[in-house]
Design a protein around this ligand. Sequence first.
Ligand code: ARG
Length: 459
Amino acid sequence: MAIWSNNYHGSMNEKAFQFNASIDADARLVYADIAGSIAHAKMLGHTGIIPADEADALVNELGKMNDELQDGTLAIDFSEEDIHSFLEAELTRRLGAIGKKVHTGRSRNDQVATALKLYAVSELDHLTTLAANVVLALSEKAEQHLETIMPGYTHLQRAQPITFAHHLMAYAEMFLRDKSRLEDNLERLLHYMPLGSAALATTTLPLDRAYTAEALGFKDFSQNSLDGVSDRDYSLELLADMSIIMVHISRFAEEIIIWSSQEFGFVKLRDTFSSGSSIMPQKKNPDIAELLRGKSGRVFGDLMGVLTLMKGLPLAYNKDMQEEKELLFDALDTVIFCLEIIPPMLGDMDVNAEAMLTASQKGYLNATDCADFLVEKGVPFRDAYQITGNILQECEDNNLTLEDFPLEMYKKHSDAFDEGIYKKVDLKECVVRRNVAGGPAPERVKEHIDAVKEKLKDY
Ligand code: ARG
């Protein structure tokens, strides 16, 4: 029997009841909902809306239910409509008339909004830690490759020499921003405690919302009751935060897939993070990286789903909003799994520094440095650019690199060349000299890693 059953309302068609029920999805809100009810019951006692001893009984019993659910002595009854109905029914079964008082001055509309927000708070916290772990794993790997030269690309064409550490730390920056986006979201969410909005228009009972907000760890309560029950912005923000995280994960996964191809051969995923083919015995496929890339589509879909769900809803609560939870939970489960898998995968990714260096030696990654050499000798940049272009053509015709192009041949292109050009085009030198803040010079990247580690020292 639904908690709203009464003589005025007849009973529901069985299929309709199943269709209407959400307990399969919202069972995971159970502890958040108990926390919301405990704060509400305390407030009811504190304000004298119900007698203090009855409030104590409610708080006590809810605490017991919490423990019993945790140790498995109390099981959720999945034939109830939703988790809120289950908890109220159970409380009433245990406390009789007193149990029925827990819903005083409350509706499931503000109850579900509160439970979902409390749940989001703990998930935001979890995601923040996981993002920090990914940053730390990237920093650790980067530290081992401060001097591992690799080609830096634009348009997926070799462009200038960088280091593997510099490349990894670009991702560390992305995940750091993800972390700060989650923190912003949490800060905003904590200013909108919905409980006390009741169904849509508060209640005539003298609720103390500041008391409840504080009891639940919020910084403030929502200032408009219609908004209180129908706000799902924090959830959209969380889905957007997670979608951006997945963009970053997907880009990184894509690079790992490319790097582990035989064409690149920059990295090798150990057997722990690759799988085989059922027909081709030689295959080692980067399935895990591919799934990390693929899961992004799913999370974007969840975001799009909730955006679409919310966009046409009149105020205040509408049942459509029940659907939002499943999409949010799906995205949370997906993103949490993806973030968890990256640190161990990075650990089991072997880097082929030799292949990265060989690739860097082809494609004239030091051409800009050759032009810079001339610029330092007073040649205008545009002329230096042209002269270097001519030299590259001659290198190509003679199958030479800028490192082994003879000095007499350099001199034919410009008097400004001398022995110093060989130091200038040495790949290691090229990287070491890119010493501008934010650049690939090992010393700069090391500073960056140290700063990041310092920032995350509490994780
Ligand atoms: N299971 C519902 C949900 O998740 C609870 C709120 C029900 N409120 C209502 N007015 N029917 O949205």
